[in-house]
Structures are given as C-alpha cells and as structure tokens.
Design a protein around this ligand. Structure first.
Ligand code: AMP
Ligand code: GLY
Length: 425
C-alpha cells in the first residue's frame, strides 16, 4: 500500500521509519519530509496547508492512506477535506481537532464534564481579565485561545504582566484568535499520556516526559522540546485509571454527544499532583520529541494500527511494547529558541555508528548541493533504548560528541528527575 506522511520534523522521521518497517507499506511519500525521510521515502515539497495540491499528489501516486503528523493541517480540516474525496486519513477531523486548536473549547468541555483542570476564565476583554485577577492568586497562566506555534502560553508572576500579555493577545498578536484563557498555576510533575482512538475504542500508546525549557535544570525560555524519556514512571496503574476515567472517557463522550467522534493519536498533557492527574492540554497528534522516544519501544506494525483505527477496528488490535527505557536528546542550532542561522554544514554524520538500540532521527535538516545542512532550530534527535536512563543517556551523549557539530548545542541533563530518584531507573 502506498502511504503519504505529512510533516517534516523528528516526529515525522520516526513515523516514517516505522511505516518503512511495516509489512503492509510499499512506497512512502513525505510531504515535505526532511534529509532523514528522503533515504526511505520520496519527499515532495508542497506547502502542508495546500490541500488541493496534496490531493493531486495522492491521486497521481495512487496513495491509499494518509498519516498527518502536525496539528496545523488537522485544525484546518485536512481530514474532512480528504475524506470528502474518499481518501483514508489517520487523524482527527476539524471539529475534534478543536481540542488542541481552541483552549476555550477544551476548557468548556472540562467544565461541563467536571474534568480536573486548572480553574479558569475565558476572556474577551480587559474587564474580564480584571475580574479573574481579583479572585485569584499569582502566578497566573495566560493562554492565547488558538494555535500559536508553542508561543501562546505565558506564566505571569505579576498583575501587570497578566495585563500586558492579555492586551497583546486582544490586539491580535496571535492571528488564530483574539480570545484568551486565564488560569491558575498548577504545581506538580508534568507528564504526557498517549492514546490511539477510533470511533468506539481507544488503546494505550505510551507515556513520556519531555523537557520544554532550553537550559539545564529546566531553566530559560520554552522550546518545542529539548529531549524526552519513556516510560513516565509517575503514571502508574492507579494514576492511569484516573486519567482514563476522569479525563479521557468524559472527553470522548463530550464529542460523541455532539455527534462527532475522535480518531487518531490523542496526546493528554497532564500535571500530576499527589497522585491526582489534572489536564493541562490536549494535543491531537503525537508529541515531538515524545514520538521519537515512544516509537522505538513499539513492537506492533504501525500501519496495522493506522488501518485498524481508520476502519474502527481497534477493539481487537493488540499493541505490544518493548520493556526497555528510551530517551531522546535533541541537538539544536545555537541561538534556538531565539534567532539562529540555517544552512550550516553537518559533516560527521557518516562517522556515527548506530547500534541496534540507537536511532538518529532528522528534524531541521536538508541536502543542499549534496551536502547535509541544518534547516531549523531543532536539527537532529538522538534516541537510544536500554536498561536504565543513566546508561541510555551516556550512550546518547557519546554519539552526539562523535558528531561534534560546532553549530549545535544540547541538554546533558535529560531525565534528571528519574536519574536523581534512583540511579537504576
Ligand atoms: P500548553 O500549551 O497548555 O501545554 O502550555 C505549555 C506549558 O506551560 C505546559 O507544558 C506547562 O509546562 C505550562 N503550563 C500550562 N498551563 C499551566 C498551568 N495551569 N500550571 C502550570 N503550568 C502550566
Ligand atoms: N513536545 C511537546 C509537544 O509536542 O507539544
């Protein structure tokens, strides 16, 4: 079966690799892909929000299944568009994608179904912000309602900061919406829980914890993610039961009550406090770099999972996992998440000898006149699996040092929380 994969990050290279290993796939087309996917698939350079052009390619290459990596085309309705044209797509429709595309939509569901989440107010003007400020303690979190490429959330320590950040959102800083969600700050440990969902069922698809801050010891500005590890020990059986019963089931019920249903990956972003999970966010896709850390542990054919989801046959699908620990460290361009220079040569990649338990996923990379160069802030993802996080991290850092990319930097403390708790974790 010919399969198209939409996206160009480390997440998509990891998905592409799994699709490539599947017994069901024949040719893979990545739209637009990167310098990693081009080795196992055909990259096609089309803008991912140009649905008409994507449809033409799908018809031309007789593609039978489309897998969507990032949120933007999902929120813009690529699934509805392709389904209308009788194309099978793995991913949620436009309505269900509002779980990520509109924080206000997600919070309204939480309120109607008593889903545990931070206390909040949806604000359209300054006086609503002032109302909430009067009733709440600082810090407070200001969130732009719509998609904001990871830049829409600000944790504010002062009233003035809340007012300034809100004002910018009302003035249209984020084009996707002028609304905002103001919410209380939750303390606890963050973790992510993943599911694959069809019309009637859902199946566990791994847990992970990522490191969003750019600096060691989780300091400095937020990024897309500097590294991650899986599994997340904090999500034990008891916490998992609460996540399913208090958060996942009521959310899926809420969509069904509107005669809509969810299909695809569901990323549940959580704060865990004293063994109780609170919903921070839903994402309607796999995480990046969480995907790169989870997929090496997957034993089941991923295309079988995709097809069973699309055909609503998840119920009898058994998804198997390797028991080893997995970690990803992201090698970034110097300057990221601020300004950085692209097109920097990456020379030593052929010197890196990957063992069977190591994986190198490309993200912001491309070939320019036959030379591998950087093409983004997050450039390469080094993943490894093994007995414990300490050993795995050592192996990864050794590989990154072999590459010795002068224009890059990475965090050496990924997984610190687990490693500090117990060296054998
Ligand atoms: P979001 O886009 O909603 O995931 O927010 C981005 C990041 O901001 C999260 O991963 C958390 O680290 C942090 N964050 C968001 N909301 C809260 C909250 N209510 N309390 C504490 N931290 C939060
Ligand atoms: N790593 C966070 C995300 O994918 O949203």
């Amino acid at each position: 079966m010919n399969i198209a994969l939409i996206g160009s990050g480390g997440r998509e290279h990891a998905l592409c690799q799994k699709i490539y290993e599947s017994k069901i796939s024949s040719k893979i087309f990545c739209i637009p892909g990167n310098a990693g996917t081009v080795k196992i698939a055909q990259n096609i350079d089309i803008e991912i929000s140009n649905f008409e052009k994507i449809l033409k390619i799908i018809k031309f290459y007789k593609i039978e299944l489309v897998v969507v990596g990032p949120e933007e085309p999902l929120v813009k309705g690529i699934v509805d568009f392709l389904n209308k044209n009788k194309i099978k797509v793995f991913g949620p429709n436009k309505f269900a994608s509002k779980l990520e595309g509109s924080k206000a939509f997600m919070k309204k569901i939480c309120k109607s179904y008593q889903i545990p989440t931070a206390k909040f107010k949806i604000c359209k003007n300054k006086s609503q912000v002032n109302d909430f400020l009067k009733k709440s303690n600082l810090p407070l979190v200001v969130k732009a309602d719509g998609l904001a490429a990871g830049k829409g959330v600000t944790i504010c320590k002062t009233k003035n900061q809340v007012l300034n950040v809100s004002d910018q959102i009302f003035k249209g800083k984020f084009k996707s919406s002028k609304k905002l969600v103001l919410e209380e700050f939750l303390n606890g440990e963050e973790a992510s829980y993943f599911l694959v969902v069809d019309k009637n069922n859902f199946k566990f698809f791994g847990t992970a914890q990522d490191h969003k801050r750019v600096g060691e010891n989780d300091t400095g500005p937020n990024t897309g993610g500097m590294g991650a590890y899986s599994p997340a020990k904090i999500i034990n059986k008891d916490v998992e039961k609460k996540i399913i019963n208090r958060i996942v089931k009521p959310t899926l019920r809420a969509l069904k009550s509107k005669d809509k249903h969810y299909k695809g990956f569901l990323y549940v972003g959580l704060m865990i406090k004293n063994g109780d999970p609170f919903l921070i966010e839903f994402n309607v896709r796999m995480g990046d770099p969480e995907c790169q850390v989870i997929l090496p542990r997957l034993k089941t054919d991923i295309v079988e999972i995709f097809l069973n989801t699309v055909n609503d046959k998840l119920k009898n699908t058994v998804i198997k996992w390797r028991k080893e620990k997995s970690m990803t460290i992201v090698l970034c361009s110097k300057g990221y998440p601020g300004s950085y220079t692209k097109n920097k040569k990456i020379e030593n990649i052929d010197k890196i000898n990957l063992s069977k338990s190591d994986y190198l996923y490309h993200a912001g990379t491309k070939y320019s006149e036959g030379q591998l160069v950087s093409n983004g802030g997050r450039v390469l993802n080094f993943t490894s699996i093994g007995k414990n996080f300490f050993i795995v991290r050592k192996k990864i850092i050794h590989l990154i040092r072999k590459l010795n990319w002068k224009n890059g930097f990475f965090r050496k403390d990924i997984g610190w929380r687990e490693i500090k708790k117990n060296a054998n974790n």
